[in-house]
Design a protein around this ligand. Structure first.
Ligand code: ZN
Length: 284
């Protein structure tokens, strides 16, 4: 058995949903997000998965808010891989969802989320029609942005394979397998193994668990040689009983300890780019 790849830790810092009432440390403003990104990168994160919020804390798709976040993140951590969201959970039109993909120059994201089907979250639907998926994938390809594919169910991997076959998705490919959200595939070792077995060839995979499933799913992925997505977007607590509020830093540090104990090296941003197949970032 060859040595496993260095572990790519993708820190999903903010999400669309968590509020200060849910967790006092969820970063919401561009400055808070950048400061938290820096802490997580110093602890071992090589990708930051960013969401933008308005001044009142609600989710926004606006490019100018993303621009400020990316600018501040790049100032504090010039090397980190920057991923943005094109989520349709709140914003429904293609123009809104794709606006962030138009950022230019140093503000252009390297990765952008692309959910490969429609699903129910516990309290709302996330609708991703075939045409929307195709258009977002094509806009990303035009812009030289690699999709962070989001898979919540088995059929979404069939969709991935179909889109690869049609040339809509082209390597490099990076996928997050998200388990344990009520309404989609549950977080069991069997389900994760099933998804990994079905991956199209040459796809870098990471696994994420929602809520209390985050830690077990992340550790399964580390043991299986995959990569991880972790952070307050998906989970607000360090313990199952919900007595210890998490921070993004504590979540990243805990996984780095587990990975180190299991003899997985932690990927630097440059190594993460190489593993995923992203072009290197020359200047700081
Ligand atoms: Zn997200």
């Amino acid at each position: 058995m060859s040595a496993p790849q260095p572990l790519i830790v993708n820190a999903a810092l903010t999400g669309m949903v968590p509020t200060r009432a849910d967790n006092a440390d969820v970063p919401l403003t561009p400055e808070e997000i950048a400061a938290d990104a820096e802490r997580c990168v110093l602890a071992g994160a090589s990708i930051v998965h960013l969401h933008a919020r308005d001044t009142d804390g609600s989710a926004t798709y606006r490019k100018d808010v993303y621009a400020e976040i990316v600018l501040r993140v790049r100032e504090r951590c010039p090397d980190v891989v920057v991923c943005v969201s094109t989520s349709g959970r709140v914003f429904k039109s293609f123009e809104e969802r794709a606006e962030v993909l138009d950022l230019e120059g140093d503000l252009k994201p390297e990765l952008a989320s692309l959910t490969l089907g429609s699903l129910n979250f516990p309290k709302q639907a996330s609708v991703n029609e075939p045409e929307m998926i195709r258009r977002l994938a094509e806009r990303m390809a035009e812009r030289g942005i690699v999709p962070e594919l989001e898979v919540f169910d088995v059929g979404m991997l069939d969709t991935a394979a179909y889109l690869v076959e049609r040339g809509v998705l082209r390597p490099p490919l990076y996928v997050n397998l998200l388990l344990g959200s009520l309404g989609t595939l549950s977080a069991t070792p069997f389900n994760l193994a099933l998804l990994v077995e079905k991956l199209p060839p040459r796809m870098t995979w990471a696994a994420a668990g929602i809520g209390r499933f985050q830690f077990p799913v992340n550790t399964l992925a580390i043991a299986m040689g995959g990569h991880v997505r972790v952070g307050l977007e998906d989970n607000l607590w360090l313990d199952v009983e919900k007595t210890r509020p998490a921070t993004n830093l504590a979540l990243v540090e805990r996984l780095v300890r587990v990975a180190t104990a299991m003899e997985r090296e932690i990927a630097t941003p440059a190594e993460a780019r190489e593993l995923i197949g992203l072009p290197p970032r020359s200047a700081g």
